[in-house]
Ligand binder design. Structure first.
Ligand SMILES: Cc1cc2nc3c(=O)[nH]c(=O)nc-3n(C[C@H](O)[C@H](O)[C@H](O)COP(=O)(O)O)c2cc1C
Length: 309
Protein backbone atom coordinates (compact mmCIF):
# COMPACT_ATOMS: atom_id res chain seq x y z
CA UNK A 1 0.00 0.00 0.00
CA UNK A 2 1.05 3.59 -0.59
CA UNK A 3 2.00 5.69 2.42
CA UNK A 4 -0.34 8.70 2.36
CA UNK A 5 0.42 12.18 3.52
CA UNK A 6 -1.24 15.54 4.14
CA UNK A 7 -2.37 17.58 1.11
CA UNK A 8 0.19 20.33 1.65
CA UNK A 9 3.21 18.09 1.01
CA UNK A 10 2.02 16.00 -1.92
CA UNK A 11 3.74 15.48 -5.24
CA UNK A 12 7.33 16.39 -4.49
CA UNK A 13 9.17 14.91 -7.48
CA UNK A 14 12.71 15.45 -6.25
CA UNK A 15 14.85 12.43 -5.44
CA UNK A 16 18.24 11.76 -3.93
CA UNK A 17 20.38 9.70 -6.28
CA UNK A 18 23.95 8.70 -5.44
CA UNK A 19 24.23 11.54 -2.97
CA UNK A 20 22.88 14.21 -5.35
CA UNK A 21 19.58 16.06 -5.28
CA UNK A 22 17.75 15.52 -8.56
CA UNK A 23 14.63 17.51 -9.36
CA UNK A 24 12.62 14.63 -10.78
CA UNK A 25 13.07 10.88 -11.32
CA UNK A 26 12.71 10.88 -15.12
CA UNK A 27 15.64 10.47 -17.51
CA UNK A 28 15.93 9.64 -21.18
CA UNK A 29 17.32 6.16 -21.93
CA UNK A 30 20.78 6.23 -23.48
CA UNK A 31 20.79 6.57 -27.26
CA UNK A 32 17.21 7.76 -27.59
CA UNK A 33 17.56 11.54 -27.26
CA UNK A 34 20.57 12.28 -29.44
CA UNK A 35 23.09 14.55 -27.73
CA UNK A 36 20.34 16.51 -25.97
CA UNK A 37 20.17 19.63 -28.11
CA UNK A 38 18.03 17.92 -30.77
CA UNK A 39 14.93 17.84 -28.55
CA UNK A 40 15.10 21.49 -27.52
CA UNK A 41 12.93 22.61 -30.45
CA UNK A 42 10.11 20.77 -28.68
CA UNK A 43 10.87 21.06 -24.95
CA UNK A 44 13.57 22.34 -22.61
CA UNK A 45 16.36 19.96 -21.66
CA UNK A 46 15.98 21.19 -18.04
CA UNK A 47 12.67 19.27 -18.01
CA UNK A 48 14.70 16.10 -17.42
CA UNK A 49 15.80 14.98 -13.97
CA UNK A 50 19.01 13.75 -15.60
CA UNK A 51 20.17 13.59 -19.22
CA UNK A 52 21.78 10.25 -20.14
CA UNK A 53 24.31 10.44 -22.97
CA UNK A 54 24.39 8.22 -26.02
CA UNK A 55 26.87 5.39 -25.37
CA UNK A 56 30.35 6.92 -25.71
CA UNK A 57 33.65 5.23 -26.54
CA UNK A 58 37.33 6.24 -26.41
CA UNK A 59 37.25 7.12 -30.12
CA UNK A 60 34.36 8.11 -32.41
CA UNK A 61 32.55 5.07 -33.80
CA UNK A 62 30.71 4.81 -37.14
CA UNK A 63 28.16 2.21 -36.12
CA UNK A 64 26.34 -0.07 -38.56
CA UNK A 65 25.24 0.60 -42.14
CA UNK A 66 21.50 1.16 -42.66
CA UNK A 67 18.86 -0.11 -42.10
CA UNK A 68 19.31 0.53 -38.39
CA UNK A 69 15.80 0.26 -37.08
CA UNK A 70 13.00 -2.22 -37.63
CA UNK A 71 9.44 -1.79 -36.46
CA UNK A 72 7.64 -4.59 -34.63
CA UNK A 73 4.08 -4.74 -33.28
CA UNK A 74 4.96 -4.07 -29.64
CA UNK A 75 8.25 -2.25 -30.02
CA UNK A 76 11.23 -1.79 -32.26
CA UNK A 77 14.54 -3.43 -33.04
CA UNK A 78 17.62 -1.26 -33.37
CA UNK A 79 21.00 -2.01 -34.79
CA UNK A 80 22.68 1.38 -34.49
CA UNK A 81 25.96 -0.36 -33.74
CA UNK A 82 26.96 2.08 -31.00
CA UNK A 83 27.63 5.00 -33.33
CA UNK A 84 28.90 7.96 -31.33
CA UNK A 85 31.13 11.02 -31.46
CA UNK A 86 33.58 9.75 -28.82
CA UNK A 87 34.22 10.97 -25.28
CA UNK A 88 36.52 13.84 -26.20
CA UNK A 89 34.08 15.35 -28.68
CA UNK A 90 31.13 14.93 -26.28
CA UNK A 91 32.95 16.92 -23.60
CA UNK A 92 34.22 19.66 -25.91
CA UNK A 93 31.12 20.07 -28.13
CA UNK A 94 28.09 19.00 -26.09
CA UNK A 95 28.82 19.06 -22.35
CA UNK A 96 29.02 22.91 -22.21
CA UNK A 97 25.33 22.97 -23.21
CA UNK A 98 24.41 20.90 -20.10
CA UNK A 99 26.64 23.12 -17.96
CA UNK A 100 24.82 26.19 -19.25
CA UNK A 101 21.46 24.58 -18.57
CA UNK A 102 22.63 23.24 -15.18
CA UNK A 103 21.28 19.84 -16.20
CA UNK A 104 22.81 16.79 -14.49
CA UNK A 105 24.28 14.15 -16.76
CA UNK A 106 24.86 10.40 -16.59
CA UNK A 107 27.59 9.38 -19.01
CA UNK A 108 26.84 6.06 -20.71
CA UNK A 109 29.98 4.39 -22.05
CA UNK A 110 31.24 1.13 -23.50
CA UNK A 111 34.28 -0.64 -24.92
CA UNK A 112 35.02 -3.67 -27.05
CA UNK A 113 37.67 -4.85 -24.56
CA UNK A 114 38.08 -4.50 -20.80
CA UNK A 115 40.97 -2.12 -21.43
CA UNK A 116 38.69 0.15 -23.47
CA UNK A 117 36.12 0.34 -20.65
CA UNK A 118 38.88 1.27 -18.22
CA UNK A 119 40.34 3.85 -20.63
CA UNK A 120 36.90 5.47 -21.05
CA UNK A 121 36.38 5.72 -17.30
CA UNK A 122 39.82 7.31 -16.92
CA UNK A 123 39.08 9.89 -19.61
CA UNK A 124 35.96 11.25 -17.86
CA UNK A 125 36.85 13.94 -15.33
CA UNK A 126 34.60 14.33 -12.28
CA UNK A 127 32.28 17.35 -12.45
CA UNK A 128 29.47 18.37 -10.06
CA UNK A 129 26.92 17.83 -12.85
CA UNK A 130 28.11 14.29 -13.63
CA UNK A 131 25.98 12.06 -11.45
CA UNK A 132 27.42 8.74 -12.59
CA UNK A 133 29.05 6.69 -15.30
CA UNK A 134 26.62 4.17 -16.76
CA UNK A 135 28.49 1.07 -18.00
CA UNK A 136 26.74 -0.50 -20.96
CA UNK A 137 27.50 -4.16 -20.28
CA UNK A 138 25.60 -5.38 -23.38
CA UNK A 139 28.56 -4.61 -25.59
CA UNK A 140 30.32 -7.51 -27.41
CA UNK A 141 33.71 -8.55 -26.02
CA UNK A 142 35.86 -8.96 -29.12
CA UNK A 143 38.41 -11.02 -27.16
CA UNK A 144 35.68 -13.56 -26.30
CA UNK A 145 34.11 -14.11 -29.70
CA UNK A 146 31.69 -11.19 -29.40
CA UNK A 147 29.78 -12.48 -26.35
CA UNK A 148 28.56 -9.50 -24.38
CA UNK A 149 30.43 -8.56 -21.21
CA UNK A 150 27.27 -8.67 -19.13
CA UNK A 151 26.46 -12.35 -19.61
CA UNK A 152 28.85 -13.96 -17.18
CA UNK A 153 29.04 -13.11 -13.47
CA UNK A 154 32.83 -13.51 -13.10
CA UNK A 155 33.49 -11.21 -16.06
CA UNK A 156 31.03 -8.63 -14.76
CA UNK A 157 32.71 -8.63 -11.36
CA UNK A 158 36.16 -8.14 -12.95
CA UNK A 159 35.22 -5.36 -15.33
CA UNK A 160 33.23 -3.37 -12.76
CA UNK A 161 36.10 -3.69 -10.26
CA UNK A 162 38.63 -2.45 -12.83
CA UNK A 163 36.49 0.52 -13.82
CA UNK A 164 35.81 1.43 -10.19
CA UNK A 165 39.55 1.44 -9.51
CA UNK A 166 40.20 4.29 -11.95
CA UNK A 167 37.34 6.70 -11.28
CA UNK A 168 35.93 8.72 -8.41
CA UNK A 169 32.61 9.07 -10.20
CA UNK A 170 29.88 6.64 -9.06
CA UNK A 171 29.47 3.70 -11.44
CA UNK A 172 26.10 2.34 -12.53
CA UNK A 173 26.01 -1.10 -14.18
CA UNK A 174 23.49 -1.32 -17.01
CA UNK A 175 22.58 -4.97 -17.43
CA UNK A 176 21.43 -7.04 -20.38
CA UNK A 177 18.25 -9.12 -19.95
CA UNK A 178 19.79 -11.90 -22.05
CA UNK A 179 20.99 -13.91 -19.04
CA UNK A 180 19.84 -16.94 -17.07
CA UNK A 181 19.75 -15.13 -13.74
CA UNK A 182 19.93 -11.35 -13.66
CA UNK A 183 20.11 -11.35 -9.85
CA UNK A 184 23.35 -13.35 -9.98
CA UNK A 185 24.82 -10.84 -12.45
CA UNK A 186 23.66 -7.90 -10.32
CA UNK A 187 25.26 -9.43 -7.24
CA UNK A 188 28.55 -9.82 -9.12
CA UNK A 189 28.45 -6.19 -10.26
CA UNK A 190 27.65 -5.07 -6.72
CA UNK A 191 30.55 -7.08 -5.31
CA UNK A 192 32.76 -5.51 -7.99
CA UNK A 193 31.76 -2.11 -6.57
CA UNK A 194 28.75 -0.97 -8.64
CA UNK A 195 27.07 1.99 -6.96
CA UNK A 196 23.76 1.42 -8.75
CA UNK A 197 22.00 -0.32 -11.62
CA UNK A 198 20.10 0.48 -14.76
CA UNK A 199 17.71 -2.36 -15.55
CA UNK A 200 17.47 -3.20 -18.43
CA UNK A 201 19.07 -2.83 -21.83
CA UNK A 202 17.47 -4.08 -25.06
CA UNK A 203 16.85 -7.79 -25.71
CA UNK A 204 18.78 -9.33 -28.64
CA UNK A 205 16.28 -10.51 -31.28
CA UNK A 206 15.87 -10.98 -35.03
CA UNK A 207 13.31 -10.45 -37.76
CA UNK A 208 12.80 -12.78 -40.74
CA UNK A 209 12.16 -12.17 -44.40
CA UNK A 210 9.03 -14.27 -45.07
CA UNK A 211 9.71 -14.74 -48.77
CA UNK A 212 13.40 -15.50 -48.58
CA UNK A 213 12.82 -17.40 -45.31
CA UNK A 214 16.01 -15.92 -43.89
CA UNK A 215 16.93 -13.49 -41.12
CA UNK A 216 16.62 -9.94 -42.44
CA UNK A 217 17.43 -7.88 -39.34
CA UNK A 218 19.16 -8.49 -36.02
CA UNK A 219 19.41 -6.08 -33.12
CA UNK A 220 18.14 -5.04 -29.70
CA UNK A 221 14.42 -5.05 -28.99
CA UNK A 222 12.87 -2.20 -26.99
CA UNK A 223 9.45 -0.73 -26.34
CA UNK A 224 6.19 -1.79 -24.64
CA UNK A 225 6.71 -5.58 -24.84
CA UNK A 226 9.91 -5.21 -22.81
CA UNK A 227 8.15 -3.73 -19.78
CA UNK A 228 7.15 -6.89 -17.87
CA UNK A 229 10.67 -8.29 -18.34
CA UNK A 230 12.26 -5.07 -17.07
CA UNK A 231 9.79 -4.81 -14.20
CA UNK A 232 10.64 -8.32 -13.03
CA UNK A 233 14.35 -7.52 -13.24
CA UNK A 234 13.87 -4.44 -11.03
CA UNK A 235 11.62 -6.34 -8.61
CA UNK A 236 14.06 -9.26 -8.30
CA UNK A 237 17.24 -7.20 -7.95
CA UNK A 238 15.74 -4.68 -5.50
CA UNK A 239 15.79 -7.08 -2.55
CA UNK A 240 19.27 -8.38 -3.32
CA UNK A 241 21.44 -5.26 -3.57
CA UNK A 242 21.36 -2.18 -1.31
CA UNK A 243 22.01 0.36 -4.08
CA UNK A 244 19.65 2.43 -6.26
CA UNK A 245 18.04 0.98 -9.36
CA UNK A 246 17.03 2.97 -12.42
CA UNK A 247 14.22 1.21 -14.26
CA UNK A 248 14.23 1.14 -18.08
CA UNK A 249 12.35 -0.90 -20.64
CA UNK A 250 8.98 -0.26 -22.22
CA UNK A 251 7.99 2.76 -20.15
CA UNK A 252 5.38 4.49 -22.28
CA UNK A 253 3.32 6.49 -19.78
CA UNK A 254 3.26 7.59 -16.13
CA UNK A 255 1.46 4.40 -15.10
CA UNK A 256 4.42 2.32 -16.26
CA UNK A 257 6.72 4.66 -14.33
CA UNK A 258 4.69 4.21 -11.13
CA UNK A 259 4.91 0.41 -11.53
CA UNK A 260 8.70 0.66 -11.70
CA UNK A 261 8.86 2.79 -8.54
CA UNK A 262 6.69 0.36 -6.62
CA UNK A 263 8.84 -2.55 -7.88
CA UNK A 264 11.92 -0.82 -6.43
CA UNK A 265 13.21 1.78 -8.88
CA UNK A 266 14.50 5.10 -7.53
CA UNK A 267 14.29 6.66 -11.00
CA UNK A 268 13.26 5.65 -14.51
CA UNK A 269 14.43 6.07 -18.09
CA UNK A 270 12.25 6.57 -21.14
CA UNK A 271 13.53 5.40 -24.53
CA UNK A 272 11.33 4.08 -27.34
CA UNK A 273 8.31 6.06 -26.09
CA UNK A 274 10.02 9.21 -27.36
CA UNK A 275 9.98 7.77 -30.91
CA UNK A 276 6.23 7.20 -30.62
CA UNK A 277 5.51 10.61 -29.08
CA UNK A 278 8.40 13.10 -28.65
CA UNK A 279 6.48 14.71 -25.76
CA UNK A 280 6.38 11.42 -23.79
CA UNK A 281 8.97 12.56 -21.24
CA UNK A 282 7.26 15.83 -20.19
CA UNK A 283 3.90 14.00 -20.18
CA UNK A 284 5.28 11.24 -17.95
CA UNK A 285 6.72 13.79 -15.50
CA UNK A 286 3.37 15.59 -15.28
CA UNK A 287 1.51 12.28 -15.00
CA UNK A 288 3.66 11.16 -12.06
CA UNK A 289 3.06 14.48 -10.30
CA UNK A 290 -0.71 14.29 -10.83
CA UNK A 291 -0.79 10.68 -9.65
CA UNK A 292 1.11 11.60 -6.49
CA UNK A 293 -1.34 14.38 -5.75
CA UNK A 294 -4.35 12.15 -6.41
CA UNK A 295 -3.04 9.43 -4.09
CA UNK A 296 -1.58 11.91 -1.61
CA UNK A 297 1.97 10.65 -2.00
CA UNK A 298 4.61 12.96 -0.62
CA UNK A 299 7.79 11.72 -2.32
CA UNK A 300 8.86 9.01 -4.78
CA UNK A 301 10.78 7.45 -1.91
CA UNK A 302 7.47 6.76 -0.15
CA UNK A 303 6.45 4.35 -2.90
CA UNK A 304 9.84 2.95 -3.94
CA UNK A 305 9.74 -0.81 -3.40
CA UNK A 306 6.30 -0.74 -1.78
CA UNK A 307 5.20 -3.72 -3.92
CA UNK A 308 7.45 -5.81 -1.66
CA UNK A 309 5.71 -4.93 1.59
C1 LIG B 1 17.87 3.66 -30.96
C2 LIG B 1 18.38 3.16 -29.65
C3 LIG B 1 19.71 3.39 -29.29
C4 LIG B 1 20.21 2.92 -28.07
N1 LIG B 1 21.51 3.17 -27.73
C5 LIG B 1 21.98 2.75 -26.52
C6 LIG B 1 23.33 3.03 -26.12
O1 LIG B 1 24.10 3.69 -26.84
N2 LIG B 1 23.74 2.56 -24.90
C7 LIG B 1 22.91 1.85 -24.07
O2 LIG B 1 23.33 1.46 -22.96
N3 LIG B 1 21.63 1.59 -24.42
C8 LIG B 1 21.16 2.01 -25.61
N4 LIG B 1 19.85 1.76 -25.96
C9 LIG B 1 18.97 1.04 -25.01
C10 LIG B 1 18.09 2.01 -24.22
O3 LIG B 1 18.85 2.94 -23.50
C11 LIG B 1 17.11 1.27 -23.28
O4 LIG B 1 17.84 0.54 -22.32
C12 LIG B 1 16.20 0.31 -24.04
O5 LIG B 1 15.80 0.84 -25.27
C13 LIG B 1 14.96 -0.07 -23.23
O6 LIG B 1 14.15 1.05 -22.96
P1 LIG B 1 12.86 1.47 -23.87
O7 LIG B 1 12.02 0.22 -24.03
O8 LIG B 1 12.20 2.56 -23.09
O9 LIG B 1 13.40 1.96 -25.17
C14 LIG B 1 19.34 2.20 -27.19
C15 LIG B 1 18.00 1.98 -27.55
C16 LIG B 1 17.52 2.45 -28.76
C17 LIG B 1 16.06 2.20 -29.10
Amino acid sequence: MYRRTGFRHMGNLSIKLLGKDIKNPVMNASGTLGYGKEITRLWNIETLGVYVTKGLSIKPHHGNPPPRVWEEKQGMINSIGLQNVGIECFFSEYFPFFKKKKTPVIVNFFGFTEEEYVACARMIEPHPLIIALEMNLSCPNIKKGGISFGKEAGGVYDIVRKVKAVTEIPVIAKLTPEVKDIVEIARAAYEGGADGFTLINTMPVLALDREKRLPVFRGGFSGPALKPIALKAVYSVYKEVPVPIIGAGGIIDYKDAIDFFTAGATAIQVGTATFIDPYSIPKIIQGIKDHMKEYRISTIEDITGCAHE
